[in-house]
Design a protein around this ligand. Structure first.
Ligand code: URA
Length: 238
């Protein structure tokens, strides 16, 4: 692999930035006296240093975004903000995409990655990966609703798998609840509540598999997952 591509893939800068770094002498490759942006290295074994710090090659990147409202779960759109608009410049060249889709008005946990294999495994209907949401609805939820979510609902074009509804608070005109579903059909949670005569007034995803949304991340903020968080996300998907 070319040295400039290697450094860019490691997240040290854009291709033109790393070319400048190489030419400025900030980069050292053990065993090579002369290097240039097109120097070929073996990315698995080369010992590369940037300003004296060792650089490790990264093939995949995993980002956690607290998705805001008015933002599409897409990689591009002519008019609307998309989730990839929040990707910091050092990760741009990874060409990440969102794992699954949240509605434009749904906020919360959105994972962006370039790891297509993981995305496929997390979205596979056969794996029943749990996704948890906080849902605010317009009316009083009751134990009858909990039972209906548990038994599976006929939504016309499909019957939902048993899901979990936990009522956090219920008042005459507003209830707050936690919902866990094990599939991800279009508008699923809104449609489930609708079939119980309720409108969802606010929806936020707070967990995917065992990974929780970082409560310190404000809407629109994004950061790389830690190794432990990646394990929670990929739990039981191998
Ligand atoms: N269910 C919905 O209705 N909308 C979402 O964005 C996610 C789950």
């Amino acid at each position: 692999m070319r040295l400039d591509k290697f450094l860019a893939d490691c997240g040290t800068g854009t291709r033109s930035e790393v070319k400048k770094l190489i030419r400025s002498g900030a980069v050292r490759v053990i065993g090579l006296d002369k290097i240039s942006p097109d120097t070929k290295i073996d990315e698995k074994s080369a010992e590369v240093y940037l300003n004296g710090e060792p650089i490790g090659y990264k093939k995949y990147v995993y980002l956690m975004l607290n998705k805001p409202e008015n933002c599409l779960s897409a990689t591009q759109d002519r008019y609307k903000t998309v989730v990839t608009d929040f990707v910091p410049s050092e990760f741009k060249h990874f060409d990440v995409f969102p794992i699954g889709r949240l509605d434009i008005d749904t906020v919360g946990l959105c994972i962006l990655t370039n790891d297509g294999g993981l995305a496929h495994r997390l979205l596979s209907p056969a794996r029943h990966i749990p996704k948890t949401y906080l849902a605010e609805v317009d009316g009083a939820l009751s134990d009858e609703d909990v039972k209906a979510f548990e038994s599976g609902m006929d939504l016309g074009d499909f019957i939902t798998k048993p899901s979990r509804l936990e009522i956090i608070s219920a008042a005459e005109n507003k209830s707050l609840s936690k919902v866990t579903i094990f599939e991800g059909k279009f508008h699923q949670i809104k449609r489930m509540f609708k079939s119980r005569g309720r409108e969802v007034t606010h929806l936020k995803r707070i967990a995917m598999n065992r990974l929780l949304l970082d409560g310190n991340l404000s809407e629109g903020e994004i950061r790389e997952l830690t190794t432990d968080e990646l394990e929670l996300l990929t739990y039981d998907t191998e």
